[in-house]
Ligand binder design. Structure first.
Ligand SMILES: NC(=O)c1ccc[n+]([C@@H]2O[C@H](COP(=O)([O-])OP(=O)(O)OC[C@H]3O[C@@H](n4cnc5c(N)ncnc54)[C@H](OP(=O)(O)O)[C@@H]3O)[C@@H](O)[C@H]2O)c1
Length: 296
């Protein structure tokens, strides 16, 4: 990250890079779900605040990918960020997760749908290559189907052709992830999951990821854990370190090895979230947050 070489870079907080497979990606990813017509404005604000990782999906029901692309291309043209310092991540979403605004022919075979969705993502994002291409979720609740494997194989072809630097998978349980890793020629570099404190912040999936060199991306770190963040022991920790509850959660997540996502719409929160790297939690603090759901 060479902040000096971007016009806005000199005044913005730069995120500590996160190691992935011998290279590095930005340590905080800005999520673009549910922003609709505000997508372009908010992505621009996030880039100006210092975010260099952007997460989206070719799923018009929840994301406006073309709005992300408009913000990114204008930010590059205006010298706010360079393409080579950005980490752009998007997703392939099955028919069941889409509304009527499909990025592919619903009657085509799965491999064709992946290729069509990917080509449409490149157009929306106004780029030639993606940094991370993610399977938004398996086609069924439990296990993997032949369709999931066919989709992954097509994603592997995109990887091999140099169209995406990494592959990832989202919304998986441990069994599904183990099965994917066992069958994949190109294993996922990322798992992106909703992170519930009541499950030890997705402890078992995170442990598997750690063992396999997969980077775990956590989302809904704040919104999935409202009750746990009210716990008196967590509140005491927040008071002692003198940070906001969000900053303590994001710092905890970083210290246990997660690549974090935030979808904040507030420029003050954007800066607070990026500032969450500016302090340390002790090992005891990390243990407390990791087990907060069962804490007395
Ligand atoms: N793979 C998937 O299926 C999937 C599913 C869901 C999400 N995601 C990705 O993850 C991204 C993030 O989603 P999310 O569920 O983690 O977050 P989110 O739904 O966008 O919400 C973040 C919430 O936390 C608040 N917040 C953020 N920083 C804060 C701070 N410093 N202090 C206080 N409040 C703060 C925000 O409020 P303010 O806006 O007021 O700051 C907002 O209410 C999405 O945009 C999407 O890219 C992926």
């Amino acid at each position: 990250m060479d902040a000096e070489r971007t016009k806005a870079g000199a005044n913005v907080k730069q995120v500590v890079p996160f190691p992935v497979r011998g290279t590095a990606v930005p340590g905080f990813v800005y999520g673009t779900a549910w922003k609709e017509q505000e997508t372009e404005r908010l992505v621009r604000l996030a880039l100006e605040a210092g975010f260099r990782g952007i997460d989206t999906a070719n799923q018009r029901r929840h994301y406006f990918e073309a709005g992300v692309g408009a913000a990114v291309s204008k930010a590059i043209a205006d010298g706010v960020a360079r393409r080579d310092e950005l980490f752009l991540q998007t997703k392939f979403t099955f028919r069941g997760g889409q509304d009527h605004r499909l990025p592919y022919d619903p009657n085509a075979d799965p491999a064709t749908q992946v290729r069509q969705s990917f080509a449409s993502s490149l157009e929306h994002l106004q780029v030639d290559t993606i940094d991370s291409y993610v399977l938004h979720g398996p086609s069924s609740r439990f296990g993997l189907t032949g369709v999931d494997h066919a989709v992954w194989q097509t994603m592997e072809e995109l990887f091999t052709a140099g169209k995406t630097r990494f592959l990832g998978v989202s919304n998986v349980d441990l069994d599904q992830l183990e099965e994917l890793v066992a069958h994949a020629v190109v294993p996922p570099a990322f798992v992106q999951n909703r992170c519930f404190a009541r499950d030890g912040w997705d402890h078992d999936v995170r442990e598997f990821c750690r063992a396999k060199g997969i980077v775990y991306q956590g989302f809904s770190l704040l919104t999935a854990n409202g009750r746990e963040l009210q716990h008196p022991a967590f509140q005491r920790l927040v008071a002692r370190v003198g940070k906001t509850p969000a900053q303590v959660v994001f710092r905890f997540a970083q210290q246990v090895g997660m690549l974090r996502l935030t979808g904040t719409t507030d420029p003050v929160h954007m800066r607070e979230d990026l500032d969450a790297d500016g302090f340390d939690l002790t090992d005891d603090d990390v243990r407390l947050v990791e087990t907060i759901a069962g804490a007395r």
